[in-house]
Design a protein around this ligand. Structure first.
Ligand code: DQA
Length: 142
């Protein structure tokens, strides 16, 4: 199975940004860990990160065109603002698992709403970097 792990805006700053919310691991360390996990579970993993909404949308469409088995998506703040990303997910036939490193429901109210949740297979939030692996497990169980 082929899976895309897609990280949105500011997630390239992991390890430097708001460590109390997001921990001390870097995006590079996270992706390396996920690649190793995936190798052991027979998943071909593609990792991408962008700070640009349109680029994220292009990759979501690409995952649909390539008929990937799933997308693990941390859309960062676009989660709470982007109808365009919501529509991109609705336009493909690939299960998307929405993840957030922090428990967005315990934080500011503007983080409580997700445009992505209604078009996602499910949502995993608040378990730090483990949310990505938990999402890969969920895809393996499907
Ligand atoms: C986040 C939560 C979002 O509210 C925030 O804008 C992020 C990171 C998380 O992983 O906890 O950039 O998606």
């Amino acid at each position: 199975m082929r899976v895309l792990v897609l990280n949105g805006p500011n997630l390239n700053r992991l390890g430097k940004r708001e460590k109390e919310a997001y921990g001390t691991f870097t995006l590079e360390e996270l992706e390396q860990d996920l690649v190793e996990f995936s190798y052991h579970h027979g998943i071909e993993l593609i990792c991408r990160q962008s700070n640009h909404e349109g680029e994220l949308i292009d990759w979501i469409h690409g995952a649909g065109d390539d008929a990937l088995s799933g997308i693990v998506l941390n859309a960062g703040a676009y989660t709470h603002t982007s109808i365009a990303i919501r529509d991109a997910i609705a336009a493909i036939d690939v299960p998307v698992i929405e993840v957030h490193i922090s428990n967005v429901h315990k934080r500011e109210t503007f983080r409580h709403h997700s445009f992505i949740a209604p078009v996602s297979a499910g949502q995993i939030v608040g378990f730090g970097q483990n949310v990505y692996k938990l999402a890969l497990h969920a895809l393996l169980l499907q």
